[in-house]
Write a protein of this length. Sequence first.
Length: 251
Amino acid sequence: MSSMHTDIVDLRQFYHSELGRMAEQAVTMALSSIWARLPEERLVGLGYAVPYLERFRPDTERTFAFMPAGQGAVNWPAAELSSTALVFDEELPLPDASIDRVLMVHALEFAESPRETMKEIWRILAPGGRLVIVVPNRRGVWARMEHTPFGSGRPYSRGQLTALLRETNFTPGASSEALFFPPSKRKLVLRLRHGLERFGRSLWPVFSGVIIVEAQKRLYQGLPVAVRASRRVFVPVLAPHGVPSTRNRTL
């Protein structure tokens, strides 16, 4: 499957649909089951995590929503000062060891270089900081259906995700699963979702739509850091395509 980011318009449209709201509820419930309380924590959501940040933001000191440049960004929270930033996931605009927890949703499966992204998250996490990843399950039905955001990007197996975490100096911990009901818009399927979630978690967890894993930053093994110039350039979204700029360009 393509690793191109799902567009912000499509993400918002999905989560405003009935199927998207049901998916959000199921994933939030699974997240809550492994979400250890960290008083006055500094939380970053990377990808499109705002539907889930709403649930956990009240307990934080501050919360940021980092949205990848390839996806696009929207203002969040609504009717408040914006906590959103448009970022490149390999070059996050934060100091070392400045964040207590990172929540990745609709992020890792689109990363151009997953290891570089994970190393950058390691850098910004405080000692003992936590990373929570929600990623499409390779064995699940949702990864095969492209009418939801979970059907885009590169899905992962639990083994692949665990290996990536260990390679990038994270210790995998608690885990959960969600989205056992099929990604159908039929009313009957949506009405049965609670039972399907409950039975699926007990009977066939390997076929969940998403895998959720919490990991902790590991400190006893150093990561080599290479100095590199940024390869990224923001393109002004307000500039009409095909219209040359009259300003001098700086190389």
